[in-house]
Design a protein around this ligand. Structure first.
Ligand SMILES: [Zn+2]
Length: 120
């Protein structure tokens, strides 16, 4: 059995073969097919579902408790956020970087790559 990635997709607007491409949207890599004639794009359904899930989570506000443990404060990160990306779980055993972006905003960097991109 072949996967959808091996299929040849024909644009329904202009009847031409599409080419595989990769769209970067809000830091997300989305596999897609693009018509080189009319520029119509079709995003891979799995990538689109993941992207939509991220957008739903992004609009959500999580209420978390701040607890004093020794000389530090701890914040519980909702499991939904950690479970969202497997690569976060791989790095979670290491140290996570945080920075005070403004007097009222603290940022957590789950991945080194994102931290480096944001600091540019
Ligand atoms: Zn087309």
């Amino acid at each position: 059995m072949k996967s959808i990635n091996e299929a040849s997709i024909i644009c329904n607007n202009c009847n031409t073969h599409t080419t595989k491409t990769c769209i970067i949207k809000n830091g997300f890599q989305l596999r897609a097919w693009q018509c080189n004639n009319c520029n119509e794009q079709w995003i891979h359904p799995i990538d689109l579902a993941e992207y939509n899930k991220y957008n739903t989570m992004r609009q959500k506000q999580y209420a978390v408790k701040l607890r004093l443990v020794g000389n530090s404060y701890t914040v519980s990160i909702p499991r939904e956020i950690i479970d969202f990306q497997e690569n976060i779980l791989k790095e979670i055993n290491q140290m996570i970087k945080i920075s005070l972006d403004s007097p009222e905003r603290l940022t957590l960097y789950f991945s080194k790559k994102m931290e480096e991109e944001l600091l540019k």
